[in-house]
Design a protein around this ligand. Sequence first.
Ligand code: ATP
Ligand code: SF4
Ligand code: MG
Length: 372
Amino acid sequence: MSTRLAQQGSGLGRDDGDVVLQVTDVKKYFPVKKGIVFQRTVGHVQAVDGVSLELRRGETLGVVGESGCGKSTLGRLLMGLERPTSGSIKLNGREIADLKGPELRKMRRNIQIVLQDPYSSLDPRMTVGDIVGEPYDVHPDALGDRDRRTTVQELLDVVGLDPSHVNRYPHQFSGGQRQRIGIARALALKPEIIVCDEPVSALDVSVQAQVVNLFEQLQQEFGLSYVFIAHDLSVVRHISDRVLVMYLGKGVEYGTEDQIYEHPTHPYTQALLSAVSVPDPRLRNHRDHIVLEGDVPSPVDPPSGCRFRTRCWKAEDICATDEPMLVIRDAAAHPSACHFATERDVVHALRRDVRTGGSHVVEHDGDGAASR
Ligand SMILES: Nc1ncnc2c1ncn2[C@@H]1O[C@H](COP(=O)(O)OP(=O)(O)OP(=O)(O)O)[C@@H](O)[C@H]1O
Ligand code: SF4
Ligand SMILES: [Mg+2]
């Protein structure tokens, strides 16, 4: 695990630590067009709708939520690949939308991405050496006077691949090895930040563990900061210092790994936690199981008030009229976007260690939380 820079986790807007990325109220709306000849805008997909977060040096921020909640769009915004509809994204104190010329190039070097599907993100006709060294075509200055082939082989070694395989093609590697190729490529320009968009979701559990370990090892070695996007809460737990839970374009709960997993206060987080896969059948009876009813509403026409209200078992009238802000409330020590945020110990009897692929039971504290 990376150094835990954020143990206190009082939430948004803290000014301690070395903030590399500061995101404030960022929105990304995609227009929905209709008509064959004269395309009219008939609405907007509210893919990201007012997200705020900060990433500190050497820290991992996990971003979790169901498919379509805006995780990848947020990742692309952070990389400057999408322009925000509104809001601010600052890299080392500089607004990235304002960067031009050499500063923009430097920013692009500084934030790299590792994607989910290693095979589709690698060009099958290029050798591994060409793939890992390609960033030097765009940024030759990053190579300095070092030999390109030797540097690429060093990168392969750093990610645990055999440097002598530099002339092989992606199809000659396993899924986990291909993901290592993607990581080597992301490291080529010595970035400060890596956005990891579902980097282990397509891998077997045992391989996931190895790749997560590699991410942690590289973080310690190079002082990297990660935004780690995933569906799987157990993967995010073991790599994250802090976690942002997203629902329909909004951040709904934000806290340290301990706050989110041990003291979740938002009903959506509690439901997600209750659905974490349990490999050992003996352990499955040791947790609350919250079944979410209904589908995720359309991000083109989200529910009024709280976006989660159409699936929330705690919803009351106020939830339809007043949007709950992501703030610290009386009953919680970290920000939660719920009018009735209260702690619920969902995984009191369950621990899954992704690094070993195993599980073990810990003390049941018998808080008597109702299960559905
Ligand atoms: N370029 C685009 N144009 C229009 N809509 C888009 C565009 N990109 C994303 N969207 C929409 O924005 C919403 C959020 O998409 P996004 O890919 O960010 O979600 P996600 O959380 O990464 O989902 P997944 O877990 O499936 O990868 C979705 O409704 C998606 O259809
Ligand atoms: S604000 Fe209301 S609908 Fe939203 S999560 Fe809280 S109780 Fe549920
Ligand atoms: Mg995505």
